[in-house]
Ligand binder design. Sequence first.
Ligand SMILES: [Mg+2]
Length: 368
Amino acid sequence: MAENEIQIKRKIIHIDMDAFYASVEQRDFPEYRGKPLVVGGLPEGRGGVVATASYEARKFGIRSAMSSKQALQLCPHAIFVRPRFAAYKEVSQKIREIFGRYTDLIEPLSLDEAYLDVTNDKLDIGSAIEIAQQIKQAIKDELNLTASAGVSVNKFVAKIASDIKKPDGLTFIGPSSIEAFMENLPVEKFYGVGKVTAEKMKKQGLFTGADLKKLTLDEMTGRFGKAGGFYYNIVRGIDDREVQPHRETKSMGAEDTFAYDLTVVEEMHTELEKIAKTVHDRLLKYQLKGRTITLKIKYSDFRQITRSQSLPLCIDDLDTILNASKSLLAATDIENSRIRLLGITVSNFLPVEIRQKPQTDQLSLFYF
Ligand SMILES: [Mg+2]
């Protein structure tokens, strides 16, 4: 008997909320419904990007990560709103509660996306497709939002599957159809294959999974390094990565290089405020609270230093991040500095299982 026949197949669901930020805005503000809505940076000013576009906005070609200016050009009557991370975080917690009815093996990838291992589900439903259906229905009934689900025996295929029938889709790719599915998959859809690698592959005549499959393991690693080994397995439907409920993000930060060197403290503070704001947004987005704040400074002569401060409690509030950064800056030789880059990082996060419990649970743990 071949090894993969005796191995117990896992049941993995990947859930991805449809146009999450935009859908929450349209749910909460009826005036946005049915309209092209862009959540993200505003098109005025510099550097704004699209975080999420409603499906109405996507019809005009607006996509995530596109500059808001370009989005406005594509659809001049689009409505632009800033993200409300606190609201998305709240919805995200409710979605996790729904997941938690079926399994504790939940690996969140962001506020609106997670892997679930339902091989042994809590309610003994057994069918991963049935569980995915129930989760989608609960999200619809209780939160008035839609999600798409992918169901398969591994994370890689489940994730691709959830994207196939968006919005409000459910796609199952079972063990017998995985190989054919992978062979037909365009290389740019492969996990971890970025634009650059995809271009490189196409130049080598590799357009689909079937093309990748013709290469030996040595050829794959020779051409694509360590990632080549991963692609080699993936194209054969082999992905043993487990759903990791305790997966840790180690740190979260942001930095900025300036058009000219900063020499005045007020200017440095202004820049720190912008950077702290970005870090703060990211912490909220990923529901992280950290205990250590690190300031990175690069000087005009490219010398670089970092200074850290650890706090007694995990925090995610803007004031604390900013004040700690300012005091770290003040403790450097600020008078004689010509600064070309500043960066702030928050690290030392709470473990995921504590983060996901509401505050009251944590308190009651201490009381009893
Ligand atoms: Mg999504």
